[in-house]
Ligand binder design. Structure first.
Ligand SMILES: NC(=O)c1ccc[n+]([C@@H]2O[C@H](COP(=O)([O-])OP(=O)(O)OC[C@H]3O[C@@H](n4cnc5c(N)ncnc54)[C@H](OP(=O)(O)O)[C@@H]3O)[C@@H](O)[C@H]2O)c1
Length: 265
């Protein structure tokens, strides 16, 4: 077992849910490594945490996780600086709305790289290190979309189904190990301009599920440490998930198509 200083690594930590998770971890006294696109915002968020929690460590690494070698660059950065990770939060992800052919193929390629490939590769690189601790944790950020097939949001929903399946199977493989894996499935969280516009188009059905990034972060982290497999923040989203078991598939597809086609107008 290692006795070195421990760090929590959060991807997509410069905004939204990832930023709220980084702040939540800081408030719990953890050292946090923030990974996101190499934009000034990443440094600003990191500097703000350093100022608020001067006795903890915060470091940032800017990289485009859509690029093939990027997860390994993140791992090498940690290795070169002696950062030992006991909590990995795979949060960075990209949504979309619209008919399948309404986006260039490059968009979907990047979305799939970020939502699935980067998440798997980061898990692959960091898992051996996590296993050296008495307790290690992986939080994968999925989505309520992972419970459905969603016309006009098909690639996103499919990518999150991948995250759900991978999290579940790896959790089972690791059931006798020191590493716990948890899947977070948020509904509507108003984090960026695209999400806000899409949410407005959806109306009441989405509004009823809304949570703040801070609410989602607190719920996710407390459930992660309790060893819960899946976390769905909010009462209404849990009800929506239940509907998925009851309604026939064709009816679900029609209802979801009617709801999500509004986002593509
Ligand atoms: N918001 C929702 O309603 C909602 C609902 C369900 C699930 N989720 C999931 O929750 C996660 C976070 O969503 P969010 O709404 O909080 O996102 P967000 O506000 O758009 O923030 C995304 C974060 O990821 C970073 N990022 C984006 N592309 C990246 C790339 N190619 N490489 C590295 N970092 C990248 C962003 O950096 P920049 O700030 O520099 O762009 C930002 O820090 C995603 O996996 C999303 O699918 C969100």
């Amino acid at each position: 077992m290692t006795t070195k200083k421990k760090y929590t690594l959060v991807t997509g930590a410069s905004n939204g849910i990832g930023r709220a998770i980084a702040e939540n971890c800081a408030s719990r006294g953890f050292n946090v490594l923030l990974v996101a696109l190499p934009e000034p915002k990443l440094n600003e968020v990191t500097a703000a945490l350093k100022e608020k929690y001067p006795n903890q460590e915060f470091h940032s690494f800017g990289t485009n996780l859509m690029e093939e070698g990027s997860p390994k660059l993140v791992f090498d950065w940690c290795q070169n600086n002696g950062f030992e990770i006991d909590i990995l939060v795979n949060n960075a992800g990209l949504g979309n709305a619209g008919a399948f052919l309404s986006k260039p193929s490059e968009f979907y390629f990047g979305q799939m790289q970020l939502n699935m490939v980067a998440l798997v590769m980061l898990t692959y690189h960091f898992l051996p290190g996590l296993q050296k601790f008495n307790k290690g944790y992986i939080l994968n950020v999925g989505s309520m979309a992972s419970f459905y097939d969603i016309p006009y949001k098909g690639i996103y929903a499919a990518s999150k189904q991948f995250v759900r399946s991978f999290s579940s199977s790896l959790r089972y493989e690791l059931k006798d190990s020191s590493v716990k894996i948890s899947l977070l499935c948020p509904a509507a969280v108003l984090t960026n301009p695209d999400v806000i516009i899409r949410d407005r188009e959806m109306g009441l059905a989405s509004k009823l599920t809304q949570q703040t990034p801070e609410q989602v972060a607190e719920y996710a982290m407390s459930r992660l440490f309790k060893g819960k497999a899946v976390s769905i923040p909010g009462v209404v989203p849990k009800f929506y998930k239940g509907l998925g078991y009851i309604l026939p598939q064709r009816m679900q597809l029609r209802m979801l198509a009617n709801a999500f086609i509004k986002q593509s107008r």
